[in-house]
Design a protein around this ligand. Structure first.
Ligand code: ZN
Length: 162
């Protein structure tokens, strides 16, 4: 069973690589990721968060639809941006407003290797961008203004003594 990697783990800072085989192994990975995500009460999870450096993330919002994105690429973002409070299973206990584009167009593959495009807005757009960052080794705290980032990281270190 996979475990969530938390801030400080090297794997969270590495660039993931594309999936090349769309088979049972990929299905196993995504179904485990959904389990880990639900256990942590998250709404999105990227493979590097469970130590797997593959370009895969899963999303499940309140609508209950399980969404899998394999080898995703954000191909368009809106000019309009908004702040929204984010958290992350890999940075437990920390929540902060992050400014991101309101809408994105993402191209990705299903677990079966079928290409699809999604125009996302609202929370889905937010989660897609957050998870996509994980595949590049970027965490949401990296996107905070410097003084705020230092403050939340101090808070985090104090709490977890890392
Ligand atoms: Zn995260």
């Amino acid at each position: 069973m996979y475990e969530i990697k938390t801030l400080g783990a090297d794997v969270l800072r590495e660039q993931a690589s594309d999936v090349t085989e769309f088979g049972p192994e990929l299905k196993r990975l995504t179904s485990e990721m959904f389990m880990v995500m639900k256990r942590g009460e998250g709404i999105g999870l990227a493979a590097p968060q469970v130590g797997v450096l593959k370009n895969v993330f899963v999303v499940q919002l309140a609508d209950g639809i399980p969404r899998v994105f394999v080898n995703p690429e954000i191909i368009e973002t809106s000019l309009e941006q908004s702040p929204y409070e984010e958290g992350c299973l890999s940075v437990p206990g920390i929540y902060a407003d992050v400014i991101r584009p309101d809408r994105v167009r993402v191209q990705a593959y299903t677990e079966e290797g079928k290409r699809f495009t999604v125009d996302a807005s609202g929370l889905l757009a937010r989660v897609i961008q957050h998870e996509h960052d994980h595949l590049k080794g970027v965490l949401f705290v990296d996107r905070l203004p410097e003084t705020k980032r230092e403050r939340v990281l101090r808070m985090y270190k104090k709490r977890y003594r890392k």
